[in-house]
Structures are given as structure tokens and as C-alpha cells.
Ligand binder design. Sequence first.
Ligand SMILES: [Zn+2]
Length: 670
Amino acid sequence: MKIRSAFTVLALAASLVARVPATRPILGVDPIHIEASASPCRDFYGYANGAFDRKPIPGEYASYGVNQEIDERNFAVLKGILETAARKGGPKGSLTRRVGDFYAAGMDEARIEKAGVRPLAPLFAAIQALKTPTDLMAVLGRLHATGIPAGFGFGIQVDDKDSSAMIASFTQGGLGLPERDYYLRPGQDADGIRQAYEGHVVRIFALAGDSADSAKAQARTVMTLETKLAEASRTLVALRDPEANYHKVARADLPALASLDWNAYFAAVALPPGESHVLVGQPEFYKALAGLMAAEPMAAWQVYLRWHALRSAAPHLGAAFVDENFAFYGKTLSGATELRPRWKRILAAADRALGEDLGQLFVKTAFSPAAKARALEMVHFHKEAMRARILAADWMGQATKAQAIRKLDTMRSKVGYPDRWRDYRSLAVSRRSHALNVQAAAAFDFKRRMAKLGRPADRDEWHMTPQTNNAYYDPSMNEMCFPAGILQPPFFDEKADDAANYGALASTIGHELTHGFDDQGRQYDWQGNLKAWWTSEDAQRFEARAHHIVKQYDAFEVLPGLRINGKLTLGENIADIGGLRISFEAFKLATQGKDLKPIGGFTPEQRFFIAFAQGWRTNQRPEALRLQVASDVHAPVRWRVLGPVADFPEFRKAFGCEPPPAGQSPTAIW
Ligand SMILES: [Zn+2]
């Protein structure tokens, strides 16, 4: 799955517009953000957004920009829905009752304080009772089935090489810091974050009732064990190679792969006996894990599991836990200075727990049939533009082109909201305990995913909720998805002109479409199977072009001494660069024969590019930038504008810019 930006996920986002009614229209091209003294040719991001750049970032945000403005408006709609449902309720088992009870329990701070860590007592007891590596595997299964990540990753997914089938999948995991390099990277900065993390673990154990000395010793144990898991983990760049991370293993062969009690785990997660194979993404991680389970005392694993149970639950417990969790994950790691208001945190939890219940109520007010029709028309023109690009690609042979066109023709688009809604009736929600509601929802979701095994892949399912301000391309399904939550002003306005809509959605429709043909997406065929469908000459020519994009982004310096990782962000950068070009051509196709006039002193083409750049306007704290560069496959926003316009003749033409120096390698693939 390819998300548009890590900073647009509802769970992370959140402020101002909800409190302040909009006093001026929301425009896709807004002159108020432009820095007229800047040169559009030298720094197009600074030109389009320079005035916005001077705005302070509200305390509760690590980053604040156009996505957060949209989020705030979406949140305001959702808040109204949740408050009404909590006040009015509804018949037992009804959608509004479920949503209302969930929200009411989350807002009941007095009850949450009184409960303390009691909601975790059964899990603590299971952890306390474990004596052997077999018990450990069983407890890991129990934690995973309750939505608590620890030890390793487990999930149900489409089989990459047989997209009609679902399969259980094991991946590396088990870390409390964002990814392996946080444990292993040398330097003062990294040392500081590791010390802060260990201090955070100490304080969480102390809040759970442990003595100061014991909390300190336990935090050391956690750090030591997680560092060993990190050492056994692949880098983020290595994880981007789908072929290298695909290993289908017969169930009977698992003990030979890693000496773990797999059956104890399978029993705990109720894996159906008919499942003959599983995927193991990183086999060497599991070999190392088996070694650690044999070598480390069970007491150390107990400490580790208790930490992860507390870590997952902390945001849903009393104020001291919430504050401590925010102090590390919010302040230290991302630079936010203020905790988000409670209603936004509970809204995010409700979105995770009952996302499509909320979605049903959201789309009634926030997405019209006319908006859906206009968005579908835009998708149509984007596909036509992509068809032209494929046919015109002078580096690609006829055989590969025919397959690429087949992939384009069969690519599906989901717009707005699902046709069939998820049924949450078997999920029990009550006003008694927020933490238990969160656990029950996670368990419900785990069971729902397990039930997919043995059935054909569900092509109608959505991987994002309708209210999500984000989008994705799913290579296994060969489909794009654009939730109603992102088809909102200024990204999309059914009343806006085409230049504004096509420009702003270049980073969404053009971008997701290009993912089908980026360095990862291109490895999946029209049916969604990971399979070599390119001739080897064409594949080599693709790789050579991709190499230039790696070098282009490797050279971008985000903060003094901090450069973008061109390999880590390659797929997103290909999608950003191609997305802008495809959207520009889609804009031309959509407006063919129309007499477009300048608006506000800008030509239609200039408006297209300004809408694109303003669709990325975001101010980020240095901590958030560092976190993003270290752990995110997306380049920071400024370079998501500068990279794509760098070598685009239509852009230069629109603003009268000089051509790039002769001999410079072309960076666009699409
Ligand atoms: Zn993407």
C-alpha cells in the first residue's frame, strides 16, 4: 500500500479551523500564500508557499499545512456525528449506539482514571504465567489477537504471487522505536533519542506500580532485547524489494526454518488447519528470534511483553500514561509541544475501531453524488493521459507496452466510499471501559482478517476509511482508492475550475496511478501477481532511469547535513514526478477545445502548477523532518514539489524559466 503522506493519517493529524469558522473561501489557487518576491524558476515551493511558510505551527502539531486544514474540517464533521450519537444513542446493536457508546466511554475521564491499569490485568497474568518458549509463542499470539504488536509482525494478506488467494504472513517487528536504525545508528543525536526512550520506558513501568530500581532494570532489559531484534532486522531500503521479501513456506517446514513452537502460536491465533503455507518475509529474522528465545531468560521476555502491552495501551489509559506517552512519541520524536485535545484523540480511536460505521455517517454530509461523478471523470482523463505516455515511451518495447496497457485498462478505481459497508454488529462496545473497547475492537478486526483465509481475495474491501484524508494504490489488487476524506477543498472542489482541481490532485490521482508503474508497482502484473512481465532490456532501461532519480533526491539537503535517502524514497519520487506530468496531460485532455482564460493574473497552466505546489504547503518542525527522513518512504513536502518540477519542460514554459544546463540526465520515467 502506498500512502500519499505519512502526515495525513487521521490518527496522527488534528485544530484551528474547527474553532474558527472559515471567513474566506477555500481556494485551490490562493494568492494569499504566494511570496511574489521569490523566483518561481529557482524555488517554486518557496514562490507558491512563501507567505504560508511564515505561519507558526500550532503546539499540538509536529507539522501543519494543507492536510491538517482539511483534517480539521473533516474532524469538525465527525465531532458533530460522535457528539450527537453519544447524546441520542439509539436502539441496542444499532450503528449510532455503537459509535455513541465508544465516544462516551472515551470522553469519560473520571472512569478511565479510576480503572488505572486494571484493563490490562488478564494480559499481565498471562505474561506472568509463561515459563517456556512454547508459552512465549502462545502469549505472543494472544497479544497479536488483541492488537498489541510485539516480537514479530503477523497478518493476513493477498499472496503476492497468487492474487486470488489470501495467506498468513510473518514479518520482522517487535521494536518500540520507529525502526531498526534508531537502535544501531551511531552519533550524539541517536544516543539522545535512545536515552530518552529508555527513560520513557522507566517512567511507564513506574506508573504501572513498579519500584524505581525495578523500573530502571527492566528498561535496560527492554533496550537490550529490542536492540538484538533490531540487529536481526532488515533496513527500510532492503524491505522495499518485493521479490527479496517473499518466501512461501510450507507449514510443515517452518520448524526447519526457525526453531520456534509455531503450533503454539497458530493455536493462539486460531489459524485454520487447512492453511498449508505461510509467507515469511525475512527468514533470517525468525532464525535470530529463535536464538533469542532460547538464549534469553524467560524473565527478560516477560519484562519485554509487559512493556509492549503497556506501550500499546498507554494512549487509552489515565492522564499520567497519556502524558508520558506523548512526552516521548509526540514531543521527543516529532517535536509537537501540546497534547491534542481529548475529543480528537478519541475521534482517532473511533476511526480505527469503527471506521466504516463513522464513514457511513460522514459521507452523508461530506460527499455528494456530483462530487463522485466529477472525480471519476478526472480518473478517466488521467488513465487516458497515462495511456499516451506509455505508448510514447521511446525506451520501452512493444511487448512490454502491450502488457502495460493491459494493466492500465484493468486498473480499478474506488472513489468516495465502499459499496458494501463493514458489519460491526458482533463487536460489543460499552460505556464502561474505553481501554476494553479499544481491545475489543482490535480483537474484532483480527478475527475479521483471520476469516479471510480460505476465501478468495475480497476486491470490494477498502483499506482506508471514507473519512481518511489520504489515498492508495494496491499492487496486488491493481486498484486505486480515493476516499471522500481527501476529495475535499482545496484538493478537490466540484465548483472549482479544472486547473485548480487537476493541479491539486496531481499529487493524488496522478501519483497513485503512477505507483502502478513505479519500481515496486511495475513488478506486479495486470492481475496483481508479482511476476516478471517486462522484457529484460526494458526492465534494465527502467532501472537506469530510476537510478537518475535516486541520485537527484540523494542530493537534496533537508537540514544541514541531513539528506534525503534516494533509494528509500524512490517509489514515491517516481510517483511524484510521473504524477505531475500525467495530471498535466489529463488537464489538457479535459480542457481540449475550451477557451480557458487567465484568472487573477495567472494563465491556466500557471494555475495548474501553483495549485499543485500549494497542495503541499506544510510547515514542519525539525524533529518531524528528522523522523520523516529516517523512517518515511516519502520525501519532505518541499522536495515533493521541487523534484517533480525540476526537469519538466511544460513547467518551464508556463513560468518562462531557462532550460536546465546541457548534458543533465532526464529524471522522468513517465
Ligand atoms: Zn505514494
